[in-house]
Write a protein that binds this ligand. Sequence first.
Ligand SMILES: *Cc1c(COP(=O)(O)O)cnc(C)c1O
Length: 246
Amino acid sequence: MSGGRAHELATSLAEVRQRVSDAERAAGRPAGGVVLVVVTKTFPASDVRLLAACGAVDVGESREPEAGRKAADCADLDLRWHQVGQVQTRKAAAVAAWADVVHSADRLRLVGALERGHRRALEEGARPEGHVLEVLVQVDLGDEPPGGEAGGRGGAAPRDLAELADAVAASEGLRLGGLMAVAPLGVDPREPFARLAELSARLRRDHPGATAVSAGMSGDLEAAVSAGATHVRVGRAVLGARPPIV
Ligand SMILES: *Cc1c(COP(=O)(O)O)cnc(C)c1O
């Protein structure tokens, strides 16, 4: 049974890696430049182990306490853990105890909570001395109500990006990595991803090191790589359909 799952994951991971490298080539980008974050939310730690055995390094999670437990279960593996989903302010400290990269900072209150949570994680030894939490600012490319505690696809309004980026950059223990977005549903993703690339260029005028552009999921990773994404976050195309979240 687990042999079957190992084979299944090895095959689908290879397929997704091929999609990413085809997209890099089609875009005239150097091979291997895009980071594939495999989003394992709702799937067991045993799947993370099988993926790690296939060379996966970057793992994405979304919800507490599932994420923290899985990261603890896999603490012996050399993985980089990404928080890709929205973070409730009261969960920020829990996330800072296991995440290496948070893709979804979308409000000032959360930035403050991540800074405090990360400091506490260092003090308590949950994170090694000198550990820096990389934080991406999530931008809302649709016209849904701004994200926040209530859910939705999330993200800050583009006009609030500069202030949020400055706050991350000024926070001790946090490093501003760049931007993240989820393409709005029901539109050609090329347009929002192009807008994200423009916002990233603008951000880099003030923060030259904030080069990450996290965009693209199972259904639209080619469009994201074509628009300059540095990170794609892929769940279903590697792990299969997720059980519905209730
Ligand atoms: C779940 C999730 C993903 C992965 O989505 P798939 O469609 O399964 O590839 C990517 N980004 C975020 C923010 C997610 O919550």
